[in-house]
Design a protein around this ligand. Sequence first.
Ligand code: HAM
Length: 426
Amino acid sequence: MARPSDLQAPRGTRDFYPEDLRLRSWLFAHFREVSRRFGFEEVDAPVVEHAELFTRKAGEEIVEQLYHWEMHDRHLALRPEMTPSIARMVMARAGALRLPLRWFTVTQNWRYERMTRGRKREHFQWNMDVWGEPGVGAEAELLAAIFALLERVGLGGGQVRIQLNSRALLEETLRAGVLRERPEAFEPLCVIVDKLAKIGADAVVEQLRDPAGAVRLSADEARDVVGLLGVTGLDDAAAAAPPGSHAVAELRRLFELLAAYGVADRVDFDASVVRGLAYYTGVVFEAYDADRKLRAVCGGGRYDRLLETLGGPRIPAVGFGFGDVVIAELLADHGLLPALARGLDDVVCALGEAQRPAAIALAQRLRASGRSVELVLGDTRPKRVLADADKAGAARVWLLGPDEAARGVVRVRELATGAERDEALS
Ligand code: HAM
């Protein structure tokens, strides 16, 4: 027999009761509508993939959090994110796809997280990715789409800001300096410095110095790297970058484009944003609530070399993942979670078994016209039926008793007004 704990959803996972699913569907409908308006097409992939698709050696949390198992000589995993699966799909048709392509997904992802507010072990993510476009015009479209979503759900008034940086900027500076001899240390370095806000500067310096680690800087070098992350203005970053920096020019161009979308005032340059995933190569960004009470609402960036690392051709790519959990917390905090009715239109009830065939015919006719119709199956006492219909938010109740049936009519009650009338049955 199952233990009581086995009968609960595993920690960090969720059951979606009707009211929860209504909310989820509402959010997903907004994800899909924004994607549609930006000209993106929806794709999907299996939730189970070969584990090798996700295992990378840069020390990323996401790899340590993988749900994985061996089965029939296969090493399989639940996807922790969508990007590698999308890369796999692009690679399989690389020669045949018209670039740039714009794909979006709304999928469930699994990560064995240490749980805190806004972090679960399964979450849904909306991803939008552009493949085959090297210019920051793609980044600008994606950031505009994020703001479009925020506006649709009532968070268009500056409650969420985007912090943005370029890994290329950091890479240019480090390759001209401390990583001149060891460019391969850049990815693990990013994974470490991404933890700055979480573990603090001293711990980051420690990890960057670790003689057994992949980066192995001296204490001074490690402190210099942390110093670079403290730069807040783009002008200061430009001053610290090598002369003629391509990354700085791209960032300036991106801010110009964001101004054209009317969203530049909600985007900040922040050199401490590097992201914890190894594959990013260029612009990286994260969206946060303005009070910084919650974890990132979404995050993304450019990953021009991912396809190559998987053995495919070099195709530039950029995208973001936007989770369902943090946004729901934020909407709740702002009192913006919508009260979503069930959407039931009619309740049809035969008061006696003899009237059931006529009630079925009526329900089917209403359903065929597109209405949402509940046919009462059990207790047909009118008082109970009316109370239940009212609670379910139905507009009308159709009662069919022996008297009505004899007269070829049905009694219709409008629940909003209580008005009743007879209507012909056919
Ligand atoms: P990520 O930053 O790991 O990026 O996740 C993106 C978003 O998914 C987060 O900002 C958060 O909203 C949500 N999320 C992630 N993990 C959890 C969790 N355990 N519980 C609740 N929500 C979570 C990526 O996954 C990249 N693949 C995004 C991307 C797409 N980059 C380029 N294209």
